[in-house]
Design a protein around this ligand. Sequence first.
Ligand SMILES: O=P(O)(O)OC[C@H]1O[C@H](O[C@H]2O[C@H](CO)[C@@H](O)[C@H](O)[C@H]2O)[C@H](O)[C@@H](O)[C@@H]1O
Length: 268
Amino acid sequence: MAQTPRPTHPLSIDEAWAFTADHASSTTFFFDFDGVLSPVTDDPDASQPVSAVPGVLERLAESVQRVAIVSARPVSFLRSRFASLERVDLYGLYGLEVWHEGQVVTEPAAEPWVPAMAELAERARAELPSSILIEYKRLSVALHYRTAPGEASTVERWGHEQAERLGLRIQAGRMVVELKPPVDQDKGMVITEGVRNAGCAWYFGDDMSDIKAFDALRAREAVDPAFFGVAVAVANPETGAEVSSAADLTLESPDEVASFLSRGLERF
Ligand SMILES: O=P(O)(O)OC[C@H]1O[C@H](O[C@H]2O[C@H](CO)[C@@H](O)[C@H](O)[C@H]2O)[C@H](O)[C@@H](O)[C@@H]1O
């Protein structure tokens, strides 16, 4: 039987699933976590995947070559949410951490920044308004203003001053400003490496940092006409328009991500 031809953009969802099912053994599915597999919560510690997600990722991992979560969260956090999933690869802190053979492997160039990040988190607690939630992630610090949107400009200004003082990088996101070490690693680099030998890959994201991952799929398609990449946005009121405009298709919510995948799995 003839193989499904590589779909062209803009995509037909039907053709995208048909091609993916035909190329399952060389397909990877990548997922961001917050806002994609889990609904957004005011308290980052409280977020949990949609109840259908672990089961659907497990089934997906049995059907395609590889499934991976690529998040700004630490690997330890992702493990706490997906402990039962042995076949799903985990990249934390934008790829500065990887779960590999039962342990967290950290990018060596980032390790020297641990003390500076601890000091920065302490300083943030002392200097920023108490309504700002400080999330210390060992190798980065996220400053959340979701419950205090009026403080956005204070947080942005403070974040930029600290980035300049310490030589850090800034990543803006959904009602969050994150300070990271000046180490070349982002979701785009994780995907570039992850699709090197893939025939097909999907990436599901909702935030600004995910656009680099979409770009990595496009770049791979540009150099390899046989490769098929699908960029899926998840709608939201903050970054939704920008992420959606960079994607092939947009799903309404993490619940819809789970049901979209369940329907797609019927094709395998
Ligand atoms: O790449 P991601 O895994 O999507 O990480 C981006 C940020 O996600 C988390 O914050 C977001 O979700 C929180 C929980 O729903 C929400 O309260 C916050 O407003 C969102 O920005 C995470 O806590 C951050 O560290 C990540 O930078």
